[in-house]
Write a protein that binds this ligand. Structure first.
Ligand SMILES: [Zn+2]
Ligand SMILES: [Zn+2]
Length: 108
């Protein structure tokens, strides 16, 4: 599942085009809050969930500095505050899509 393109469409949104019929739009805030790294999402250590420590994301933490392709399966997003530990796989991004079609699919 590799998108045709991923690009910033304006100051606040990233658009991922999966194919002619399917696009995902994420706001930068959504993307940062979805950051899959252990620091943001918490970690499972010895079967215990360690909660994340993400309380201090400042304004620049919601600005994208760079989007780097990782192999053919993911992108790494570098944020304005230097945070770059999140590797967003296409599968992950696709599963978090907020478009109407996916939203309905996830409801059922
Ligand atoms: Zn993170
Ligand atoms: Zn969708």
């Amino acid at each position: 599942m590799q998108p045709q393109s991923i690009k910033k469409v304006n100051q606040n949104e990233v658009e991922i085009t999966w194919n002619a019929e399917h696009k995902s739009i994420f706001t930068l805030k959504q993307l940062r809050d979805l950051c899959p790294c252990a620091g943001c999402q918490g970690e499972n250590i010895l079967f215990q969930h360690v909660p994340p420590g993400r309380e201090n994301v400042g304004e620049e933490g919601y600005v994208i500095k760079a989007i780097n392709q990782v192999g053919s399966y993911a992108v790494q997003i570098v944020w304005g505050d230097g945070h770059d530990a999140g590797i967003y796989t296409w599968e992950y991004l696709n599963s978090k899509c907020f478009c109407e079609r996916c939203y309905q699919k996830n409801e059922n």
